[in-house]
Design a binder for this molecule. Sequence first.
Ligand SMILES: Nc1ncnc2c1ncn2[C@@H]1O[C@H](COP(=O)(O)OP(=O)(O)OP(=O)(O)O)[C@@H](O)[C@H]1O
Ligand SMILES: [Mg+2]
Length: 436
Amino acid sequence: MRLLLVEDDKDQRQLLAELLTDYDLVLAASVAEAQPHLGKVDMVLSDWKLGDGDGLMLLRAAQRLSQGPAFVMMTAYGTISHAVEAMRQGADDYLSKPFSRQELALTLEKVGRAQKLRQDNQRLSQALTDQNKLTEIIGQAPAMQQLQSRLARISDTDATVLIEGESGTGKELAARALHQLSRRAQKPFVAINCGAIPEALAESELFGSDKGAFTGATQAKAGKFEAASSGTLFLDEIGELPLVLQSKLLRVLQEGKVTRLGEHQERSIDVRIIAATNRDLKAEVQAGRFREDLYYRLNVVPLVLPPLRERKDDIPALCRHFLALYARRHGLSQPELSPALVGRLLSHHWPGNVRELANRMERLVLLGEDMPIAAVTPGNGDFTVSLPPGGLDWEAFERHCLDKALALNGGNKRQTARYLNLGYKALLYRLEKHGL
Ligand SMILES: Nc1ncnc2c1ncn2[C@@H]1O[C@H](COP(=O)(O)OP(=O)(O)OP(=O)(O)O)[C@@H](O)[C@H]1O
Ligand SMILES: [Mg+2]
């Protein structure tokens, strides 16, 4: 433990120092000398009377620190009122002179133990705060504020929630935050991507299967509904769920029971359902691709995450959030957010929303430089390009556009060529050039 000893009398300071060899000791003779050390020690042992002031001044300064040191005041013989005053101001203990070597040792030991507990506590609650940061939603835009208040309002209910929003807008983050805020927080949060499971396996994935229920089912297996028992089940990309399974899901939601594939026994389930989609589910219903009754069953509480380009005011705060996050994660220093960079980020269209921004900030942390990207705003057969003022890396820009166009067309090259109004060969040549 680091102990700051403040005593203006040279002989007494020396004497005390010799008694305090168990501590990592810092010596000071005055308020001015002691002050800079207050934030760096675990405990302070200070005399009341000091040449340039008194111990009370130090005590007050120590208490202004957010994680200040413990404080023991030494008072002169016959000045018990000073001891009372020190305790009233929040000192942990006092020693009135003259005191024995044993009294000194016992007092410091007791106060030191309490201080250690206090510090451990602070560390634990800091760790908890860090954990909460994982589901922290950044955003002052009105739509984000409304989202936050809705999350708080419905977190303690079991209401089914449908989250809609473009890719990368934070749908999963909102779902996790909702779970964290609910009384189910200590229970599992199970996510399943309905678009990523093959149709043939989807039923057993969701509801479970008995041994031998289908070829390859060598063991009885619980589905995601059972895995999420007492917790939250996040049905991601719900719009991708095949129609057959939509009917089965609806039945499960209505009855609150699942039956494993190949079994007859029904199992009661207690799960909160959160569904998410980046499709316009209402339009899917109109097109006959999504069951209307399931849509209404899921859409009890609608949450809509606006695309990033509609809440650009949030960009600087999001940048700072991600820069700090990735700097910490990679153990690198946090880059500055220059006005030029902010300007560039504000003029970008953000098709990949917050995820795109997060990736870009991670690259900035890792490489120490931002890759300039021009903002392209599509118009009617025409488009506006705003070029970054600081210059443009053309090859990187072309590669970026190709990458985006490919992704937009699901990796299909012929479709991408048509999309870019390029001949198929011309596209292949460019892809090859960029190693895509
Ligand atoms: N408002 C926000 N504040 C802080 N981080 C955010 C915010 N929105 C999104 N993120 C972060 O951006 C990333 C993408 O978010 P998330 O995975 O929730 O998006 P999504 O809507 O589920 O996307 P997809 O439809 O592609 O699955 C995550 O790392 C998430 O933590
Ligand atoms: Mg997602």
